[in-house]
Design a protein around this ligand. Structure first.
Ligand SMILES: *Cc1c(COP(=O)(O)O)cnc(C)c1O
Length: 495
């Protein structure tokens, strides 16, 4: 199977090349030329299978240059007991008879990014071999918190890769900083940048486009690559858990084969909910995909009006991983809904960069409304939902998950749809102790890792072991740089 650019179908690459490159040279997103179909027999065969087997079988449908046995060995270690705290990897938790929560934060960094960032490094390092690449890949990441840690944890000590993460000095939580500066691995580097996230990101983009740096690194046998969610190697592992959730609902007798299920997903860059869409297009019986946003509700407006308009105020919220105004992966959805019309997609994306907005055709709008429903939840609603879930169900959820839980209720109230629904839980509440404590009526006392204990004592829920261990971990990195010196940091790191 080939991978095509959403902006130019003539660009055709193998899966390994697509994963190695991340983004197409024309700026488009590399997307499978056909969507493989699964039938009832396939779904049935996955019901008794452990998570790594489910993952290998689903991913093999898309990656014909990776033998299934190779994928199985990758999935076995990616989702293994030394990395995930449950063999189910992505377990379902029942809320009530019609509502289930898909917990995606049981991996090493307690955020859903682990589901993909534990697989991507293995896929990428194999891609180097498959494509005859002789150089080492250096992954550069600018992070606002979650992605940097999950990417380092995934790439640590992966052969023929290295990773350098830049984070804004005063822009991440104390827990997030502690997670990053204690990271182990011989091929990792971390540096605080004086400035905000945009400064760190602008610095990384500048390094990517600097041909002098590229030449220097080339002579040292290194090329730069990226691990953000436009890489197909990050979307594919996410398709697996939607199919896996359906298998679990069949296994537990909640559904019978063919029954529909709705998925509600807290959305930022549109990667997670796009994976649910691919699962549906593959033949998984899905009713509606419910796209949940926080106060940055650009997607809610888009789904209701067909106009995507980023000319609006940006809000910093308590669900920071969803604070985003350009949802890059939407481009893959537009490509599919337009009937793979690359010229049409190219037009929308040109309008977005020229005017900051575009309006989709009537055809796309109708198709969108057939599949998606969009809603948003503000700060007050997020906090109230965490409190209500704790009181009513004894279930402690984080700020991102709460947005999804609330929007699912809005959807039901608006439509009367009683289809069994699954909402995605994307982070452990222990990553956002301060907001979660406030929401359950326990004002936070102290800062940083001290709050882990307070939340544990207030709720009796277990602290994820790796977060609890942060207190005892050695700080390994103490590097900090001005924005202008980031190039030197990279060149020094790759010496
Ligand atoms: C990244 C992230 C999201 C948003 O996922 P997208 O794939 O970017 O839509 C939601 N919640 C958490 C905790 C995240 O880290």
């Amino acid at each position: 199977m080939k991978y095509l650019s959403t902006r130019d179908k003539q660009i055709r690459l193998s899966a390994a090349e697509a994963i190695k490159m991340g983004l197409s040279r024309d700026g488009g997103l590399l997307t499978p030329e056909t969507i493989p179909v699964i039938d009832e027999a396939f779904i049935k065969s996955l019901i008794p299978a452990p998570y790594p087997v489910r993952a290998a079988k689903v991913m093999a449908l898309y990656l014909d240059d990776y033998p299934e046995a190779e994928l199985l060995s990758f999935a076995g270690s990616a989702y293994g007991a030394d990395r995930f705290d449950t063999p189910a990897a992505a377990p379902l938790r029942k809320v009530d008879d019609a509502t289930y929560c898909l917990e995606l934060w049981h991996g090493p960094t307690s955020a859903f990014k682990d589901m993909a960032l534990q697989m991507l490094p293995r896929l990428l390092s194999a891609a180097l071999v498959k494509t005859g690449e002789t150089k080492t890949a250096c992954i550069l990441v600018a992070t606002s918190g979650d992605t940097g840690k999950a990417a380092m944890e995934g790439f640590a000590d992966v052969p023929r890769t290295s990773i350098m993460v830049f984070y804004p000095k005063d822009g991440v939580s104390e827990i997030q900083e502690a997670q990053m500066v204690t990271q182990e691995g011989g091929n990792v580097g971390v540096c605080a940048v004086v400035g905000n996230f945009d400064d760190a990101q602008a610095g990384v983009k500048r390094i990517f486009s600097d041909t002098a740096i590229r030449d220097t690194l080339d002579k040292r046998g290194v090329f730069l690559s990226s691990a953000n969610s436009i890489n197909w190697g990050r979307i594919l592992p996410q398709i697996v858990y939607y199919i896996s959730a359906y298998c679990d609902l069949l296994r537990d007798g909640v559904l019978v084969m063919g029954d529909k299920v709705n998925f509600c997903v807290p959305t930022g860059n549109f990667g997670d909910i796009l994976a649910a869409y691919y699962a549906m297009r593959m033949g998984l019986p899905v009713g509606k995909l419910i796209c949940a946003s926080n106060r940055n509700n650009i997607l809610t407006d888009f789904l209701r009006t067909g106009v995507y308009d980023r000319n609006r105020k940006f809000y910093t919220t308590m669900s920071p991983s969803m604070d985003i105004l350009i949802s890059s992966n939407l481009e893959r959805l537009l490509y599919d809904l337009s009937g793979e019309n690359d010229a049409e997609v190219r037009g929308y994306m040109a309008a977005l960069s020229r005017d900051g907005k575009y309006q989709v055709s009537e055809g796309i709008k109708t198709a969108l409304n057939g599949v998606y429903w969009g809603g948003f939840c503000d700060e007050r609603g997020t906090s109230d939902t965490i409190g209500r879930y704790w009181r009513d169900y004894g279930y402690l959820i984080d700020t991102h998950t709460a947005v999804a839980a609330d929007v699912l209720e809005q959807y039901r109230a608006a439509t009367g749809d009683r289809t069994v629904s699954v909402f995605a839980s994307t982070a452990s509440p222990y990553k956002f102790c301060d907001h979660v404590l406030d929401a359950i009526g326990q004002p936070p006392k102290g800062t940083g890792t001290a709050l882990l204990d307070q939340l544990h004592e207030a709720t009796g829920t277990p602290v994820p072991t790796r977060l609890a261990a942060l207190k005892r971990k050695q700080r390994r990195f103490d590097l900090s740089a001005e924005k202008a010196d980031m190039d030197a940091v990279v060149l020094n790191f790759l010496k």
